[in-house]
Design a binder for this molecule. Structure first.
Ligand SMILES: *Cc1c(COP(=O)(O)O)cnc(C)c1O
Length: 393
C-alpha cells in the first residue's frame, strides 16, 4: 500500500456533503435556488471533487475567488456555471471572460473591461456585487440602482446576477444583518419596478440561512453549512446538529511502539525522567502535516483500536502517544485524530479546541497537507470512490 510509505490522510464524506445540501434546501424551501461557494479549494475540501459531487444537483452557480481554481473547474466541463467572486482588476477581466468564467464587477471600469472582452456578436455575462453594509467590496447600496441602469446601456454586457454578502457571528450581527437584508430587499423591489432586476439575486449566506432570516432574493450562497461548519462564534444562535462536518476522518498509523522502564531518563514532551513504566507510540503526523502544538492545559487525544490515547507531544513531523490504555497496540495500527465510531469518536469541534483553532481553521490547515481521500455514503453503505490522483484506502 502506498500509504505505508508515509501514513496519513484526511477523509471527506461526499454523502454528508449531499445531506447538508439537502438540509439547506429543506430550510430555504423550493422558492430559492442555491449557489455553492467553492473558494479556498472548497474550504479545504477539494474544489474539483466537491464540484463533481454536486454538478448534477441543479445549482445556480459555483463561485470561487481564485483564477487558477476557476480554470481547473472549467476544465472539468461542468454543467454548472462558474462565477468569480470579486478579485480581478479591470485589466484582468479579459482573461476571465476568455476562460468562459463569469466575473463579478464592482465598478464601471470593470464592467466596461468585461464588455470589451466579449466575443464579437455576444455579450459577456457578469455578476454585480453590492456593498449592502459589510463595508468590504461592491457598489455602494445607494448607488446600485443608478449603476445597473448605466450597465443596461452598455453593449455586449449581460448582468446575470446581483449579490451582496452579510456574514455575522453573534446576536448583535444577526440584528445588523436583518436590517441590511431589508435594505437590499428594497433595492431589489426598486430594480424590479424599473425592469432592471437580473435573473439571479442573492444576499443570504450560511449565517442568514442558519439564523432563519428571510429575504426576497432568488437564491442563497452557502459555504460553511454545506461543509458542516458553523458560521457562528456563538453556538446558541441556532441548532446546527442536522449538519455534519464533511471532513470525517484525519488519521495516521503507528510506526513505532516502545516500552520505557520505570526510572528511564527520557524526555517526552519536555518531562525529563519517568517514575512509572510507560508504553508509547509514534505516528508520523505533526506540525508539517497541519497540526499545531496543543493549547497548554488541554488534553488532546487520538483513537487507537477504539480507545482514547493521550497525545503526549507534537513535533514538526511526529506525535508521541501514551499507550497505557492500548496495551495491545502495535506498529501499523490506525491513529485517528478525528473520527471513529461510538462513544470514543473524536469530533471536529473537540479536535479544533485542543489545538486552539476554529473548526474551519482546522479543516483548512489539515486539508492543505495531508493526502485527500473521499468516501461516498450514498445509499447507506460506505463506498470509497478514489478520484484521479487520490489513493484508495
Ligand atoms: C464565502 C462567501 C459566501 C459563503 O459564505 P458562508 O458564510 O460560508 O456560507 C457567500 N458570499 C460571498 C460573497 C462569499 O465570499
Amino acid at each position: 500500500m502506498a500509504d505505508d510509505a508515509h501514513p496519513g490522510w484526511a477523509l471527506y464524506d461526499l454523502g454528508r456533503l449531499r445531506a447538508n445540501l439537502a438540509e439547506i434546501r429543506r430550510r430555504i424551501g423550493p422558492g430559492q435556488g442555491c449557489i455553492v461557494a467553492l473558494k479556498g479549494n472548497a474550504y479545504g475540501h477539494g474544489a474539483v471533487p466537491v464540484a463533481r459531487a454536486l454538478d448534477a444537483d441543479g445549482l445556480a452557480a459555483f463561485m470561487t475567488g481564485s483564477f487558477d481554481e476557476a480554470c481547473r473547474l472549467k476544465s472539468e466541463r461542468l454543467r454548472t456555471p462558474v462565477v468569480m467572486f470579486a478579485g480581478a482588476l479591470p485589466a484582468g477581466m479579459a482573461d476571465l471572460v476568455d476562460a468562459g468564467l463569469v466575473p463579478t464587477v464592482v465598478d464601471r471600469a470593470g464592467a466596461e473591461a468585461a464588455a470589451r472582452a466579449a466575443p464579437s456578436g455576444a455579450a459577456a455575462p457578469v455578476y454585480v456585487k453590492v456593498n449592502a453594509g459589510l463595508g468590504r467590496l461592491g457598489v455602494p447600496l445607494e448607488a446600485a440602482e443608478a449603476f445597473l441602469a448605466a450597465l443596461a446601456g452598455l453593449p455586449n454586457l449581460e448582468v446575470r446576477g446581483l449579490y451582496t454578502h452579510l456574514p455575522f457571528g453573534d446576536a448583535h450581527g444577526r440584528d445588523w444583518a436583518a436590517r441590511r437584508l431589508a435594505a437590499f430587499d428594497a433595492l431589489l423591489e426598486r430594480l424590479q419596478d424599473r425592469g432592471l432586476s437580473p435573473p439571479l439575486t442573492q444576499a443570504r449566506a450560511s449565517a442568514c440561512v442558519a439564523a432563519g432570516l428571510s429575504d426576497r432574493a432568488s437564491a442563497v450562497c452557502v459555504g460553511h453549512l454545506l461543509y458542516g461548519l458553523s458560521p457562528f462564534a456563538d453556538d446558541s444562535l441556532a441548532d446546527l446538529s442536522a449538519y455534519r462536518p464533511v471532513l470525517a476522518e484525519v488519521g495516521s498509523r503507528l510506526i513505532q511502539v516502545a516500552a520505557h522502564p520505570q526510572g528511564s531518563d527520557i524526555a517526552i514532551g519536555g518531562s525529563y525522567g519517568i517514575r512509572h513504566s510507560r508504553r508509547t507510540g509514534v505516528a508520523p503526523i505533526g506540525v508539517a502535516q497541519g497540526l499545531v502544538r496543543p493549547v497548554p492545559g488541554s488534553r488532546p487525544e487520538a483513537l487507537i483500536r477504539g480507545r482514547r490515547a493521550p497525545i503526549l507531544a507534537v513535533s514538526l513531523e511526529h506525535m508521541v502517544l501514551d499507550l497505557a490504555d492500548a496495551p495491545d497496540a502495535e506498529p501499523g495500527d490506525e491513529v485517528l485524530l478525528l473520527g471513529g465510531e461510538g462513544d470514543g469518536a473524536i469530533g471536529l469541534a473537540e479536535l479544533a479546541a485542543w489545538f486552539g483553532m476554529t473548526p474551519l481553521d482546522a479543516v483548512m490547515t489539515l486539508s492543505g497537507r495531508l493526502p485527500a481521500r473521499y468516501r461516498d455514503t450514498r445509499g447507506g453503505a460506505a463506498e470509497r470512490t478514489p478520484l484521479p490522483g487520490e489513493t484508495r484506502r
